[in-house]
Design a protein around this ligand. Structure first.
Ligand SMILES: Nc1ncnc2c1ncn2[C@@H]1O[C@H](COP(=O)(O)OP(=O)(O)OP(=O)(O)O)[C@@H](O)[C@H]1O
Ligand SMILES: O=C(O)c1ccc[n+]([C@@H]2O[C@H](COP(=O)([O-])O)[C@@H](O)[C@H]2O)c1
Length: 196
């Protein structure tokens, strides 16, 4: 049975923090593959994404390059609407009954888990692989028991990079070199994304 990690995100834009988190989860939890799934409309985010879902998907594809263990999956973009993880997990389990899925998630999002749509059902269907994110420690002790028992932490070097900071850097003409893969950097420059 293949073990698949779901790396869900807005990826507005994808950055090396996402890639390092995915690799840490893959290695730490013995995953066969990590599927990067850009949201169409992210729940619990106040603002709409700055660029279209097609562009966010294309940047993810650029970032993953030829890594055979990483793949971009457009299931949420095709579904449209609010990208609730419960809908994605139900759809993936139906389509791939022989795979085993876990959800990769940074510590900022771990702390939000009780607010996720139909979380009781989701936590029964899937386990979470948590990664500490610089600036927001995972508060596992604050989570209800039914969620806490489904979270396994994997180690990763703390990476203080966010898409918010990258967007703000581009807007103010500062460098984003090495914060995103070079292919993504060129893509952003070529299309003038995030400049205003
Ligand atoms: N630097 C990082 N270290 C660990 N996990 C991260 C890091 N950046 C993002 N993640 C995790 O990746 C997933 C997708 O994140 P998302 O696409 O929202 O990026 P973001 O940098 O948090 O974006 P924004 O700044 O726009 O909120 C979430 O689970 C998030 O916790
Ligand atoms: O299903 C939910 O209610 C839910 C609430 C918040 C976040 N998520 C998922 O968590 C992933 C990371 O979210 P974000 O907002 O950091 O891009 C992404 O796949 C979202 O769809 C899911």
């Amino acid at each position: 049975m293949s073990r698949i990690g779901i790396m869900g995100g807005t990826f507005d834009p994808v950055h090396v923090g996402h890639l390092i988190a995915a690799e840490a989860a893959r290695e730490g939890c013995g995953l066969d593959e990590v599927w990067f799934i850009p949201t169409y409309n992210p729940p619990l985010k106040d603002n709409q994404p700055s660029v279209s879902s097609e562009l966010r998907l294309q940047m993810v594809q650029e970032a993953l390059g030829g890594n055979p263990a990483f793949k971009a999956v457009d299931i949420e973009l095709k579904r449209g609407g609010m990208s609730y993880s419960i809908d994605t997990v139900l759809e993936l389990k139906k389509r791939y009954p022989d795979a085993s899925f876990s959800y990769i998630i940074g510590s900022d999002r771990i702390n939000d888990l009780p607010k996720w749509h139909r979380i009781e059902e989701l936590a029964e269907l899937i386990a979470f692989i948590g990664l500490e994110r610089e600036g927001t420690a995972a508060q596992l002790g604050q989570l209800p028991e039914f969620i806490r028992q489904r979270v396994t932490m994997a180690a990763m070097p703390p990476i203080g990079i966010s898409s918010t900071d990258i967007r703000s850097r581009v807007r103010s003409g500062r460098s984003i070199a090495y914060l995103v893969p070079d292919t993504v950097h060129q893509f952003i420059k070529r299309r003038g994304l995030y400049e205003s």
